[in-house]
Design a protein around this ligand. Structure first.
Ligand code: NAD
Length: 495
């Protein structure tokens, strides 16, 4: 049984609250570890370490901050396989998918390595006679990150590299369900040479989160997770005077027009709906099939689903692993039965799949003739269930997206450039894909949805991340007329 520890001031610290939570291997259903749940006092210790570290770190040169970030980047790349192994062991995603998560995380570290360019500020000479005005961006101090179970390596690295290169120090509260990968990454961070206290990790639940949101020394909090908790974190953190960016859940639509390449659309729908067991905030959960594309598309998706191999993520043959917990699997399965009761056609019923052992597996499901009134459409299922809503027109399909409370991603599949361009304007979502089902922006753009998918006014990572982790300072300076300077500058005199 793995004993998981906090990481405070560069040292492993055993939990002292007496409260713990079990960590499972979802592929076997066996408990593999125990994670401590921090008390407010333990959070205070981590914040105190980060605050002390900020005294020097905030004043450390950009050159040094960048050099350490390069070293960290190399350690993460060198240890990508070990990180992916930890992801598979506690999250359940297949190893190749876990390697993909690490690759997307590295993009964000690499962006942070070039942050000098973004921290340049701006300068106006002679705004008035003898007056110059210039702007710089300063770090905030101690910042916190609260992250979800579904990307335990990538989401912390959406936050930490940018925050730290901007000169802040960090307290990370990763998901208590799969804490080993983020903890290992924080250890690599120390190995790279970052001073103790620049990145601290406290494990925990609501108690730890509430203390971070109330702590007077925490200046900003980044959150990624479900919409109800995102809303709560935003309201609570801002009520305590902090900057908060809180990314919530999603219900992402993929509109397929009658002229689309059906093979491409079906491949994309299957990988985007069932990859990582549908436990992705950018997973496609609704296909809006326009006109007569629906029948052939549903058939093409069904054929592909039959070929998916579901099994332990350590097996290279597996395309999809288990869900995160038994309770979550049962909840997801409930939506399939519920949709059938409410009038949907169950084209493929994942509940029928049989698995040996005690893992939290569920087969893949495809629901056709789903309507917006059904629970399977209204709720974020966060599992391997794809809903097909049949639409008569393009307008009906974009209307679905507009009426949906979430607005993370939206995609269109078409060969028509005009229709695609119209969709990029009409789609009521923060990230849009054109023949791309999961349009997660690269690390030098920024990530974030609209509506109930994001609370706050900056999106995450990339240029918006820098804005979130810094505050502007504008300096207006006036110097005496050079002719009156006490130092002889060689100006001609009247004598
Ligand atoms: P979650 O909201 O249950 O947990 C997220 C974090 O909040 C965890 O660290 C958890 O410990 C903490 N937390 C849980 N309950 C809390 C409470 N009552 N008070 C304070 N903190 C609490 O989310 P999850 O199940 O870990 O992750 C899945 C969810 O995250 C899905 O809804 C998914 O769409 C969303 N997600 C969104 C994005 C995005 O970029 N928008 C990315 C990844 C995941």
């Amino acid at each position: 049984m793995q004993e998981i520890h906090h990481l405070i001031d560069g040292r492993p610290v055993a939990g002292a609250s007496g409260r713990t939570s079990a960590v499972y291997n979802p592929a076997t259903g066996q408990q593999t570890g125990e994670v401590p749940l921090a008390s407010a006092d333990e959070v205070d210790a981590a914040v105190a370490s980060a605050r002390a570290a900020f005294e020097d770190w905030g004043a450390t040169s950009i050159a040094r901050r960048t050099a350490l970030m390069f070293a960290f980047r190399n350690l993460v790349v060198d240890n990508a396989d070990e990180i992916a192994t930890r992801l598979t062991a506690e999250h359940g995603k297949v190893h190749s998918d876990a390697r993909g998560e690490v690759a997307r995380a590295v993009e964000n570290i690499e962006f942070a390595c070039g942050l000098a360019e973004h921290l340049k500020g701006s300068h106006n000479e002679a705004a008035s006679t003898g007056v110059d005005v210039y702007s710089v961006r300063r770090p905030l101090g101690v910042v916190a990150g609260i992250t979800p179970f579904n990307f335990p390596a990538m989401v912390p690295l959406w936050m930490v590299p940018n925050a730290v290169v901007c000169g802040n120090t960090f307290v990370l509260k990763p998901s208590e369900r799969d804490p080993s990968a983020p903890l290992f990454i924080a250890e690599l961070f120390g190995e790279a040479g970052f001073p103790p206290g620049v990145l601290n990790v406290v494990h925990g639940d609501k108690v730890a989160v509430d203390r971070l949101l109330a702590h007077p020394d925490v200046k900003a909090a980044g959150f990624v997770g479900s919409t109800p908790i995102a809303r709560y974190v935003y309201a609570t953190g801002t009520a305590h005077g902090k900057r908060v960016q809180a990314l919530g859940g999603a219900k992402n639509h993929m509109v397929v027009l009658p002229d689309a390449d059906i093979e491409l659309a079906a491949d994309s729908a299957v990988s985007a709906a069932y990859g990582s067991a549908g436990e992705r905030c950018m997973a496609i959960s609704v296909v809006a099939a326009v006109g007569d594309v629906a029948d052939p598309l549903v058939e093409a998706i069904k054929v592909r689903m039959e070929k998916l191999v579901i099994g332990d993520g350590t097996d290279p043959a597996s395309d999809m692993g288990p869900l995160i917990t038994a309770e979550h699997r049962d909840r997801v399965a409930g939506y399939v039965g519920g949709a059938a009761d409410q009038g949907a056609t169950v084209v493929v019923d994942g509940r029928r799949a049989r698995f040996d052992g005690g893992g939290f597996f569920l087969g893949v499901s495809l629901l056709d003739h789903v309507t917006p009134a059904m629970d399977a459409y209204r709720d974020e299922i966060f599992g391997p269930v794809l809903c097909v809503v049949r639409c008569d027109t393009y307008g009906e399909a974009v209307g679905l997206i507009a009426d949906n409370p979430w607005g993370n991603g939206a995609a269109i599949f078409t060969r028509d450039g005009g229709a695609a361009r119209q969709f990029q304007e009409d789609a009521d979502a923060g990230m849009v894909g054109i023949n791309v089902p999961i349009p997660v922006p690269v690390g030098y753009h920024s990530f974030g949805g609209w509506k109930d998918s994001l609370f706050g006014d900056t999106t995450m990572y990339g240029p918006e991340g820098i804005r979130f982790y810094t505050r502007p300072k504008v300096i207006t300076s006036r110097w005496p007329d050079p002719a009156t300077s006490a130092v002889d500058l060689g100006f001609p005199t009247n004598e």
